[in-house]
Design a protein around this ligand. Structure first.
Ligand code: SF4
Length: 407
């Protein structure tokens, strides 16, 4: 995953008229910048964020005029709920212009007290994903989240108040913190499944990017992978005993629902806003990570997309294999049809290797992950997202600190 040379482009890719797409919107503003976080995020300032939302709506309209039709909407960040009224206006606009069936929004625990949650639901948001990371006060302090988002007890109270408001309440957790013990993890699991009984839980292994490694070492300790597998097995065993199904290798749901890794369900998607990625017709696209550059591009009638990298047919197949098996299975006939034949012939070496190490079982119709395969996929997706984080670093390179609005 890299963007070679200066393959600059500033226009939206063309959609296929027979297809409906997932629209991803990136809202890069946060009140606190957590040390472990490699997402594209900047300090919140109301004037900049308001102007950003206005620009984003113009970019969405431009995509609609170019022929894109959206069936699902995912709003991520950063913290999409930093300006609830702007978010609601944006969701309403997308739903007014497209046949959007499902809307998912990420948020942080302090916004759960916000009286705008019912208005978000009325605007069509049916899945809320809350970044909690841990219920252990010591770990929350190391992550510098305790002062801003409150103690474990306060977060639990807020989650209880949000229960039942949306079709799906998802909680994002992290495991394998350097100072996390098995007992801490067991307590987190009990809180989630017994005390809170949330609909869906995404348990990410701790990840880093080159740029966050130093800050992480100082604040939360040195990241190693020695205990990652046993922690994951503890999580998977507990979640299945508690009656949750696997929606992906690290997401567990009580009922089928949208998941944070929309890229597994939607092979192709359009990402708009500063720092968003898109994957369309075998190419990966990135929008500018400079908020100032984004605002000036939209002002001059362009889109925020500035980079494109084409994947070879074999790379597209390997990407398809990775994403499909992340959800647990791959239908062989669908894969052959998707690529017009030649799928199993092209990735035969990968398939033989996966079966010979016992990670994948061939049912004849499907390739299915085994229990050890699930952990292999956690490692592979951890490395995939680390690659995405390094790509983000590459995109951020040379952007000076921006605190003012251009023009
Ligand atoms: S973890 Fe969430 S709140 Fe913290 S900086 Fe990253 S996006 Fe913002």
């Amino acid at each position: 995953m890299r963007f070679d040379g200066d393959a600059g482009i500033t226009h939206l890719p063309m959609p296929r008229s027979d297809r409906q797409y997932l629209l991803y919107l990136h809202i890069p503003f946060c009140i606190v910048l957590c040390p472990f976080c490699s997402f594209h995020r900047v300090e919140f300032r109301e004037d900049r964020a308001t102007r950003y939302f206005q620009a984003l709506r113009r970019e969405i309209e431009k995509a609609g005029r170019s022929g894109f039709c959206f069936s699902e909407l995912y709003v991520g960040g950063g913290t999409p709920t930093v300006l609830p009224d702007e978010l609601i206006a944006t969701v309403r606009m997308v739903r007014d212009q497209h046949p959007v069936a499902r809307v998912s929004v990420e948020t942080n625990p302090d916004d759960l007290e916000n009286d705008s949650l019912p208005r978000m639901r009325d605007a069509g948001v049916n899945r809320l994903s809350v970044g909690v990371q841990s219920f252990d006060d010591k770990l929350l302090k190391e992550m510098q989240r305790y002062d801003k988002y409150g103690s474990s007890e306060r977060i639990r109270t807020r989650l209880k108040s949000a229960k039942g408001l949306f079709d799906t309440l998802n909680v994002d957790m992290i495991f394998n913190f350097p100072h996390q013990t098995r007992d801490m993890l067991k307590t987190d699991l009990q809180i989630l499944t017994e005390e809170l009984g949330v609909d869906q839980i995404s348990f990410y292994p701790l990840m880093s990017a080159k740029t966050t490694r130093k800050a992480m070492r100082k604040d939360i300790g040195e990241v190693t992978f020695d205990r990652e597998r046993t922690f994951y097995e503890l999580i998977a065993g507990h979640m299945q005993d508690a009656g949750y199904m696997r929606s992906s290798a690290w997401c567990f749901s009580r009922v089928p629902s949208m998941i944070d890794e929309y890229i597994t369900e939607h092979e192709e998607y359009l990402g708009l806003g500063s720092g968003a990625f898109s994957y369309l017709d075998g190419s990966l696209y990135a929008s500018t990570f400079s908020i100032n550059h984004y605002l000036s591009l939209i002002d001059s009638g362009e889109s925020g997309i500035v980079r494109r990298s084409g994947l070879s047919r074999r790379e597209q197949m390997r990407y398809y294999l990775l994403m499909q098996l992340f959800s647990g299975s791959l239908d062989k006939a669908v894969a052959e049809q998707r690529f017009g034949g030649g799928f199993q012939r092209t990735v035969w070496a990968e398939l033989v290797m996966l079966q010979s190490i016992g990670a994948v079982r061939n049912t004849g119709v499907q390739l299915v992950l085994t229990e050890s395969g699930y952990y292999l996929w956690v490692m592979m997706m951890r490395e995939f997202f680390t690659g995405v984080n390094n790509l983000r670093d590459q995109m951020r390179h040379n952007i000076a600190r921006e605190t003012t609005i251009p023009g």
